[in-house]
Write a protein that binds this ligand. Structure first.
Ligand SMILES: Cc1ncc(COP(=O)(O)O)c(C=O)c1O
Length: 378
């Protein structure tokens, strides 16, 4: 979007302004689908749970990956509202509950929906049996996440050497394991992680089948890299590798699903923030803006994300700090941005590619509301 259009929008709607371009959401979803024809995408709602985004993706044919009861029921109710009149849907086709650890109350509440849920340890499978016995199970495996922006393997996934035991244990308890899942870490640019993970999953699937357990879902998780800059390898290159591995490793009766989050929404949003204060501290200019790490820039903390600040005005540049609006000294977005030194209170910054893990993890710390959300091209 051009700078003039951005300026018009912020002048009309105020700041901070989080602009979601649904044309880009649709393009990203279609790109994912086209490059991976064998895969059904379950959009990871945690990346950005705005109902308008869920609607756009629902209309495109997406399914959804949820992490909590609130996400589950939000998506479930929305699907019921939007689905063609009286047309029932099979819940596994539309929703996977992919948080491997669920509290007992959540399990009790979702039992009646007969959900598809993941697990990665014995305690969890016993808990699911006790509180959500109508669920279908997917065993999440620990796989390499080397070089990914956000690592997953230290917190989630069963050791592959325990997989056979965990599958047998579930069947012995009277539950049914439907498939296997993994996550190679978010913003994964090391495609070898996927190749290794698929190899591990195929070995376990074949062994389970030869033991008489009819597993037929492979869930390849998220991790698909968003094009934050030109150094990020192209998604289509990854898709070529994945398609080859699917054909080599999995017969046609294996259903392959994925849980893309960042790839679908990261590039779809721009934030416009406003300078509300300007100070000089130890010789460095500090631009204080009306957003921060407790709000739309939460990805700086939780997502290891490094935002870039663009300006509408030019001027001689120097190294400046950009800090948030709260009273907390932790609320520093960047201490070294090469920015025009002549910006004034009331001038704006804009930050691209801020659609994922931003408003989703924003708080109301210090009583600030957070950015206004504007949807365009819906
Ligand atoms: C279980 C699970 N699936 C999918 C995702 C989405 O990952 P990404 O945004 O890297 O596509 C996450 C992210 O944390 C996750 O934990």
């Amino acid at each position: 979007m051009g700078k003039n259009k951005l300026l018009k929008l912020v002048e009309n709607h105020g700041s901070p302004l989080f602009i979601v371009d649904h044309k880009i959401v649709r393009e990203n979803y279609r790109r994912f689908n086209k490059a991976l024809p064998r895969v059904q995408a379950y959009y990871a709602v945690k990346a950005n749970s705005d109902p308008a985004i869920i609607k756009t993706l629902f209309d495109e044919g997406s399914s959804f990956d949820v992490a909590s009861y609130n996400e589950f029921i939000q998506v479930y109710n929305l699907i019921n509202k939007w689905r063609e009149k009286k047309k029932e849907f099979f819940i596994w086709d539309k929703i996977i509950f992919s948080n491997t650890i669920k509290d007992r109350d959540t399990l009790k509440k979702i039992n009646k929906y007969k959900p598809l849920v993941t697990y990665d340890n014995i305690e969890e499978v016993k808990k699911i049996k006790d509180y959500c016995s109508k669920a279908g199970l997917v065993l999440r495996l620990k796989v390499p996440d080397i070089g990914s922006q956000i690592e997953m393997a230290s917190k989630f996934g069963a050791e592959p050497s325990d997989a056979s035991m965990l599958i047998k244990k579930a069947f012995d308890l009277g539950m049914k394991v439907e498939g296997l899942s993994f996550h190679v870490g978010s913003q994964c640019t090391n495609f070898e992680n996927y190749v290794t993970a698929l190899g591990i999953a195929s070995g376990i699937l074949n062994e389970a089948r030869s033991n008489g357990y009819d597993l037929n879902i492979i869930d390849i998780g998220g991790g698909f890299p968003a094009l934050y800059d030109s150094n990020v390898p192209r998604f289509e290159k990854l898709a070529r590798v994945l398609n080859q591995e699917f054909d080599r490793l999995f017969p046609d009766d294996v259903e392959i699903i994925a849980e893309p989050g960042r790839f679908i929404v990261a590039t779809s949003a721009i934030l416009i923030s406003e300078i509300i204060g300007k100070g000089k501290r130890d010789g460095k200019i500090f631009y204080h803006i009306n957003d921060g790490v407790y709000h739309t820039f939460s990805g700086v903390v939780f997502d290891h994300w490094i935002p870039k600040f663009h300006t509408f005005k030019s001027g001689k540049k120097e190294i400046c700090a950009v800090v948030g609006q709260t009273c907390d000294s932790f609320d520093k977005i960047s201490l070294a941005e090469n920015l025009p030194a002549n910006l004034q209170i009331g001038d704006y910054f804009y930050t691209e590619n801020i659609g994922a893990y931003s408003i989703a993890s924003s708080t109301r710390f210090n009583g600030f509301d957070g950015a206004k959300i504007l949807h365009i091209n819906k």
